[in-house]
Design a protein around this ligand. Structure first.
Ligand code: GLY
Ligand code: GLY
Length: 379
C-alpha cells in the first residue's frame, strides 16, 4: 500500500534501505548458513541461543533474507534463506523441543519460500508446522498452549503472532478448522490477556480443564500487573493481523485500543522504548524490539482504517523507526546486528539486555520495505 509519506520521510526511508542492503549483504556473506540470534563481540555465532535449533527466533534471519530477496531479487539472499529452511527440518522432525512458536519459525522460512517461489517442499513444511501448532489447542479452554513441561494451561500474548500460520493453512487446505482454532484462541486472549485500558498481561495461567483464569504472573515484564512493552507490541500487531485475516471488527478495535495505550506511553519517553511501561524510573532499561514490532503493527492498522484515521498510526510508526534508528543503529558493515538495545526480558542477564537482537532487525527491515511499498506478506 502507499503510505503517503512526506518527501523527507520517503528520502530517509530510501536511504535506510540502501544502507540495509549493503550491511545485510555483508552479514549474509559472513554467515553462510549460520542461524543468528544475538552477536557477541560484534559477531553472530551459529545457534548461539538458549534452545539451539528449537529457539523461537530461528525464522527471523530467513525472514530478513526473503524480504530482501523480494525487493532486490539478489540471489545471495534466496540461497541463504533456502539453506536455513532445510536446517530447520531438524526441529520439525525432532518436535519435542518445539513450543507454540511455529509461526515465528516457519512463516518466515518455508511459507515465505512457498509464497515467493511455489516450492512444494516448503508448502509441506509449512503445513506440517501448522498442524503441530493446531495440535496444541485445548478445546475445553479454547486456547493454544504456549510452553511445555508443566505449563499445561499457560497462554501468552506473543501467540497472537503465530496465528497467521493457521490462517494460511486454512486457506491453503480449503479447511476452516485452522482458522476456527486461531479465532477461538484470539477471543480467549482478547478477554483474558488484554486489559480494559489497552495494556495487557504477558501470561495467563488457565485451568486446562475449564479455561478459568487462575493467575496472571509477570512473565518477561517487571512484575504482575505491569506492562511489558514487547507484549504490548505483540497485541498491537497480532490483533491487527487477526482483523486482516478475518474481517472481525472487534480484533481491529482491540488492536487500536492497545495501540493508543502504547503510543501514549512511547511519547512519555520521547519515543525511546522502555522494556516495561510500568516499572520504577530507575534503572532505565530499553528494548528496541518493542518499538520495531509496534511500528509494523501500526502500519498494519494504518492499512485497515479510513483515510483520516491513518496519520496517527503511520506517523507514530515513522517516529518510532526514525528515533530508534538515530539512537541505536550500528551501520558498521564489519560488525553483525543493526538495531541495538534490544532486551529479552526485564529481569534477564547481561547477555540479552540492551543488545542487538535478530528480531529487532527483522521488524526494522519489514517496516522499511512496507513504507517503500515493497514488502511482501509474511504473516
Ligand atoms: N519467550 C520465549 C521463551 O522464553 O521461551
Ligand atoms: N515470543 C517471545 C518473546 O517475545 O520473548
Amino acid at each position: 500500500m502507499d503510505y503517503q509519506l512526506t518527501v523527507e520521510d520517503r528520502k530517509w526511508t530510501e536511504g535506510i534501505f540502501e544502507k540495509l542492503n549493503v550491511k545485510l549483504k555483508a552479514e549474509c556473506s559472513r554467515l553462510e548458513d549460520m542461524i543468528p540470534y544475538i552477536p557477541r563481540d560484534g559477531h553472530y555465532h551459529d545457534l548461539d541461543s538458549p534452545d539451539g535449533i528449537y529457539w523461537w527466533t530461528n525464522g527471523f534471519w530467513p525472514g530478513i533474507l526473503w524480504q530482501m530477496y523480494h525487493t532486490t531479487k539478489d540471489e545471495i539472499y534466496r540461497k541463504a534463506a533456502e539453506r536455513i529452511e532445510k536446517r530447520l527440518d531438524k526441529a520439525l522432525e525432532g518436535w519435542e523441543g518445539l513450543h507454540h512458536d511455529m509461526g515465528f519459525m516457519w512463516l518466515h522460512s518455508a511459507v515465505a519460500n512457498y509464497r515467493l517461489t511455489g516450492n512444494k517442499d516448503s508448502r509441506r513444511r509449512g503445513l506440517h508446522a501448522a498442524n503441530l501448532l493446531a495440535g496444541r489447542y485445548n478445546p475445553a479452554g479454547k486456547f493454544i498452549r504456549a510452553w511445555n513441561a508443566d505449563c499445561t494451561g499457560w497462554i501468552i500474548i506473543d501467540c497472537m503472532m503465530n496465528l497467521p500460520l493457521l490462517y494460511w493453512a486454512s486457506g491453503e487446505m480449503n479447511d476452516p478448522r485452522f482458522s476456527f482454532i486461531a479465532q477461538n484462541h484470539s477471543d480467549t486472549a482478547m478477554n483474558i490477556l488484554v486489559r480494559p485500558d489497552g495494556s495487557c498481561n504477558h501470561i495467563a495461567v488457565l485451568s486446562p480443564d475449564t479455561g478459568e483464569c487462575l493467575e496472571t504472573p509477570g512473565g518477561q515484564g517487571y512484575a504482575a500487573g505491569s506492562s511489558w512493552s514487547r507484549g504490548q507490541s505483540w497485541a498491537v500487531y497480532g490483533f491487527a493481523l487477526g482483523f486482516s485475516h478475518t474481517g472481525r471488527q472487534e480484533y481491529l478495535d482491540t488492536a487500536k485500543k492497545a495501540a493508543h495505550y502504547v503510543i501514549a506511553n512511547f511519547t512519555l519517553n520521547n519515543w525511546l522504548p522502555l522494556v516495561d511501561f510500568r516499572a520504577p524510573p530507575k534503572p532505565k532499561k530499553y528494548d528496541s524490539t518493542a518499538a520495531m514490532i509496534t511500528a509494523c503493527g501500526l502500519l498494519e492498522i494504518a492499512s485497515c482504517v479510513s483515510e483520516y484515521e491513518k496519520p496517527l498510526y503511520r506517523e507514530s510508526a515513522v517516529k518510532l523507526l526514525r528515533t530508534c534508528e538515530n539512537a541505536f543503529a550500528d551501520w558498521d558493515i564489519t560488525r553483525d546486528g543493526i538495531i541495538g538495545k534490544g532486551t529479552g526480558s526485564y529481569s534477564g542477564g547481561a547477555a540479552d539486555t540492551e543488545v542487538p537482537i535478530i528480531y529487532s532487525d527483522y521488524f526494522f527491515v519489514e517496516a522499511i520495505t512496507r513504507l517503500l511499498g515493497k514488502d511482501f506478506l509474511i504473516w
